[in-house]
Design a protein around this ligand. Structure first.
Ligand code: GTP
Ligand code: MG
Length: 442
């Protein structure tokens, strides 16, 4: 008798491959899969975590030769009884097997992220770890892989537990005093309580400040290639990409749209944006391109201002940005350039590798290693800001000499918002939304 729904889906990438993996989870998965298998070994009982080779047969029709493994409740990815079927990596075979499974009463197609959602619901990981699973799958550089792997391993969760404990200890202290309020007890001085709130705030501030670095680990460094027309922005883009990705001509105003491409340098993802050269123009398309250039300029982590070495008069000033002045066409004119500038030639390739290193160095300290407080998720940042605001409120209450009840209430609110991070107090809507961004089968 099956009590809970069994979910099934293709867990490997869709399309042709050496093998494909179909995953089932829910009580009764083993019995359901076994019904389709002909292996004699499986007739006389079976063992979990053991690979079985068998034919997969549906209503007398042989579908494929497969290997199958069964996982015991409590010892699987989801925490539920589960099975994985490895078949030949053909979309037709996958479709046939899944159709056969979905025909069985109590089995349905898994929603995106539902396997991981069940893992979370069964307490095998918290919400920030579950979020790390999708980041891990989506990671495009060594840096983002490191960040999501550490988050999945529980680095961030551990740090959050520390803040959690700080708040719980403080609440307990205030509650004890509440219980003995009628007795003539020595109460903890106001400054000491306030100091403890400050300690928690300090830890949270470290996280909030770490967001900028965390984003660089996860999303990479946004690099804008800007400058006047014909200075060689697109040529530089192509050099960095090592391909003729963008059109290059000697006509001023060749690039009219913003073009994004990615490369990896020293393990970090560089997100390169080639932009339309900035000049006065009456061309409607070009001026739209120029306003896009200006937007990219604002959002960039670092700006490469490309300058034509043969024409350095009236180079526009770009203010308030992490900026590298890139003197291009040094094959035509070899200028001597100062600190924060570099000379290159897109024609000969001179200076390109140095430029790549300089970009990374300008954004990240050389000996930077990943820390769990380098958060990279906007949801996490907002929750921590909210928690900090509630702790600030607790400090106001302490300073106003409010009763312990009032301070406890403020601290409990801070604790509740912190719980939204790890999933303890997160609403179902938000949880569904998080897992909805996963792929099917994860
Ligand atoms: N000699 C020499 N020519 C270069 C170099 N880099 C680019 N060029 C030439 O300069 C011209 C303009 O190059 P682009 O890369 O299209 O310049 P851009 O800045 O993207 O120009 P717009 O898209 O019009 O804003 C082309 O004819 C390139 O071949 C270089 O390092 N040396
Ligand atoms: Mg261009």
């Amino acid at each position: 008798m099956i009590k809970e729904t069994i979910i099934a889906a293709l867990a490997s990438a869709p399309g042709r491959a050496g093998i494909s993996v179909i995953r089932l989870s829910g009580k009764g998965s083993t019995e359901i899969v076994k019904e389709f298998l002909t292996s004699k070994k499986l007739l006389h009982g079976f063992e979990y975590n053991k690979l079985y080779f068998s034919k997969f047969v549906n209503e007398g029709e042989f579908i494929d030769e497969v290997t199958v493994v069964f996982f015991e409740e409590g010892h699987s990815y989801t925490g539920e009884e589960s099975a994985e079927i490895f078949c030949h990596g053909s979309p037709i075979i996958v479709k046939r097997i899944l159709e056969a499974l979905y025909e069985v009463k109590g089995v349905r197609e898994a929603e995106p992220g539902e396997f991981t959602q069940r893992r979370f619901m069964n307490g095998k990981m918290d919400l920030v770890q579950a979020e790390a699973v999708i980041d891990l799958i989506n990671s495009e550089s060594d840096a983002s892989y490191t960040a999501s792997k550490e988050q999945l391993e529980g680095g961030l969760s551990e740090e959050l537990k520390t803040i959690n404990k700080m708040l719980i200890d403080l609440i307990s202290l205030l509650e004890v005093e509440l219980d003995f309020a009628d007795e003539d007890l020595e109460f903890t001085p106001k400054q000491e309580i306030s100091g403890k709130v400050d300690n928690a705030l300090e830890v949270i501030a470290k996280f909030i400040q770490g967001y900028k670095t965390g984003r660089i680990f996860k999303d990479g460094i946004k690099v804008a290639l800007v400058g006047e027309v014909n200075v060689g922005k697109s040529s530089l883009m192509n050099r960095l990409l090592k391909s003729d990705r963008v059109i290059v001509t000697d006509i001023a105003g060749t690039t009219r749209d913003t073009i994004e491409e990615k490369i990896e340098v020293q393990g970090y993802l560089l997100r390169l944006f080639d932009t339309a050269g900035i000049r006065e123009t009456s061309d409607m398309i070009e001026s739209e391109g120029i306003s896009r250039s200006k937007k990219i300029l604002e959002e960039a982590d670092i700006v490469l201002q490309v300058i034509d070495s043969t024409n350095v008069d009236n180079v526009p000033q770009i203010e308030g940005k992490n900026l590298i002045k890139v003197y291009n066409k040094c094959d035509l004119k070899d200028l001597s350039v100062g600190e924060g500038s570099i000379k290159i030639s897109c024609k000969t390739g001179q200076g390109i590798d140095e430029l790549k290193d300089l970009i990374v160095k300008s954004v990240i300290d050389e000996d930077l290693t990943y820390q769990p407080y380098y958060i990279s998720n906007l949801r996490h940042l907002n929750i921590l800001k909210e928690t900090a605001a509630q702790l600030d409120q607790a400090k106001v209450s302490i300073n106003e000499s409010q009763t312990n009840e009032v301070v406890i209430l403020d601290l409990r609110q801070a604790l509740d918002s912190l719980g939204e991070l790890t999933g303890e107090t997160t609403s179902m809507d938000i949880i569904n939304n998080i897992f909805g961004k996963f792929c099917i089968g994860k």
